[in-house]
Design a protein around this ligand. Structure first.
Ligand SMILES: Cc1cc2nc3c(=O)[nH]c(=O)nc-3n(C[C@H](O)[C@H](O)[C@H](O)COP(=O)(O)OP(=O)(O)OC[C@H]3O[C@@H](n4cnc5c(N)ncnc54)[C@H](O)[C@@H]3O)c2cc1C
Length: 458
């Protein structure tokens, strides 16, 4: 930490009480450091948020975390939270007017070409293009990066990109395959392509095992921030508007312009979305700030429904929902049947005679999620659900959650951009969050750990 013994009592101020900021604050406090967390909104948690829908508190933001990466489940265990795993219900694709099985793939690169052929998803032409892939020479990257769509399209054909890669990437980044960085988002696919055939290497991946890929929390991921914040000094309704250097460290201007408050810090950890971090670093680190300002984001909405149990029987329990390829031009991009995916959601719903499911709308560059009214988002969701599944009932309860700028976009060149951002930070300032090394919860937690180490390493 910069000059820990200079001036007043050393204190780290963490800006942003999402999972990144709270994780960092907890780690710092655990090392005996005085930490204050400042959060602009009236609640903590950022994208981890649970609300009462039809009598049951369910996630209306992030609802799962990868469990093959250890950071999320390890943190939840450390906090004494009960980890659960999704059921075996599988997701499907809603395309060409039918719900079809989602073929096993590595982020859209098929692991079993025969099964893909049997699914009827690709045209004869699409299958022919795919069949050529193992004969192609290893991929040679021009420059330092390429989009996921261009990489997979060049080797496997556009249909694989449009029907498989797009809906899967759309789920994680709410972005477009032909804009998202392969190096940042799917480094394994890039490494495979540089080595040889994507299809052959994807086919050699171990088949699905009993080790679950995802985990959640009983009661919802929305519980994680509250467990993290326990014992921490967190102030909500505290928007940080300015960050400047002082002789002993830094000063933050907090609160409304009419009643600004100045808070001193020996070091500052910015765990805010890229646009806010760019604004706060404008004076202190103009180059890092400009790079951060170049990270775009996608806005989206999550609409959560509770239906009477008897009304939703048509959905069955075998499927956990479906993804929608953008080429199908539907309003929703996915639906998660939460009652079929999570046993705790089903059990809690049954006590109230309801089942829960959610839809998501909005991709990068498409402001529909932000600009449309709640009624429209609900009506579009119900219309698409009815057409896809036959569910025509009126919901018992509905909740619309907008996530303006909710997901950062990892454009081609993102990894280099992040290196330049980190290189441009002055001593005593660190950054963490979804904008850097991965948008998923484990990656965000890892970025918080990395930021803490930066501040603590002389
Ligand atoms: C709808 C949705 C679903 C998702 N689903 C999943 C999922 O299932 N699994 C998964 O792994 N990931 C998922 N993600 C991604 C993941 O949830 C996020 O990447 C992660 O939670 C981001 O955490 P964060 O701490 O970086 O940022 P945030 O959660 O955005 O927290 C940043 C905080 O900073 C505050 N802030 C901003 N500006 C200021 C300021 N000037 N002063 C003070 N405070 C400020 C904000 O109010 C916010 O609370 C999802 C994301 C979305 C939007």
């Amino acid at each position: 930490m910069s000059s820990p013994n200079a001036g007043p009592r050393p204190r780290v101020v963490v800006v942003g009480a999402g999972v990144a900021g709270l994780t960092a604050a907890r780690r710092l406090a655990g090392r005996g450091i005085d930490v204050l967390v400042l959060e602009s909104s009236p609640r903590i948690g950022g994208k981890l948020y649970a609300r009462d829908v039809g009598g049951v508190v369910v996630d209306v933001g992030a609802e799962a975390m990868l469990s093959r990466r250890p950071e999320g489940v390890d943190l939840a265990r450390e906090l004494g939270l009960e980890i659960v795993h999704p059921t075996r219900a599988s997701s499907r694709l809603w395309t060409g007017g039918a719900l079809r099985p989602l073929p096993r793939s590595l982020m859209g690169v098929p692991c079993d070409v025969d099964a893909l052929a049997a699914s009827g998803l690709l045209s004869g032409e699409g299958l022919l293009k795919l069949a050529e892939e193992p004969t192609l020479a290893p991929f040679v990257l021009q420059g330092n990066d390429i989009s996921v769509g261009d990489l997979v399209g060049e080797r496997c054909g556009d249909e694989v990109v449009d029907l498989l890669v797009e809906p899967l990437l759309g789920g994680v980044y709410a972005g477009h395959a032909r804009q998202i960085s392969a190096r940042a988002a799917v480094p394994q696919i890039l490494a495979f392509a540089e080595r040889g055939s994507l299809l052959e290497q994807a086919a050699e991946l171990p088949p699905p095992s009993d080790v679950p890929v995802f985990a959640g929390l009983a009661g919802g991921m929305g519980r994680l921030p509250y467990a993290l914040a326990e014992g921490l000094d967190v102030r909500t309704d505290a928007t940080v508007r300015e960050l400047v250097r002082t002789p002993h460290g830094f000063a933050l201007t907090v609160g409304p312009t009419t009643a600004p408050e100045r808070i001193e810090a020996s070091a500052v950890l910015l765990a805010t979305p890229a646009a806010a971090t760019a604004r706060l670093l404008g004076e202190l680190a103009p180059e890092a700030s400009a790079e951060l300002a170049g990270i775009e984001s996608a806005s989206m909405a999550v609409v959560t429904f509770a239906f009477a149990v008897e009304d939703a029987e048509v959905l069955g329990r075998e499927s956990s929902g479906f993804l929608v390829p953008p080429v199908d031009r539907r309003r929703i991009k996915a639906s998660t049947f939460s009652f079929a995916k999570w046993d705790w959601v089903r059990a809690a719903g049954e006590e109230h005679g309801v089942v829960h499911l959610r839809t998501s709308l909005g991709r990068h560059g498409d402001e529909v999620a932000l600009q449309s009214g709640d009624d429209e988002l609900v009506a579009w969701s119900l219309a698409d659900l009815a057409e896809a599944t036959g569910l025509r009932a009126t919901p018992v309860a509905t909740h619309v959650q907008r996530w303006g700028g909710g997901l950062p976009q990892y454009a081609v060149g993102h990894v280099d951009r992040v290196a330049r951002i980190r290189a441009g930070l002055p001593d005593g300032i660190a950054v963490a969050g979804a904008a850097y090394d991965g948008v998923g919860i484990p990656a965000v937690i890892a970025s918080a750990d990395r930021a803490v180490e930066r501040l603590l390493t002389p």
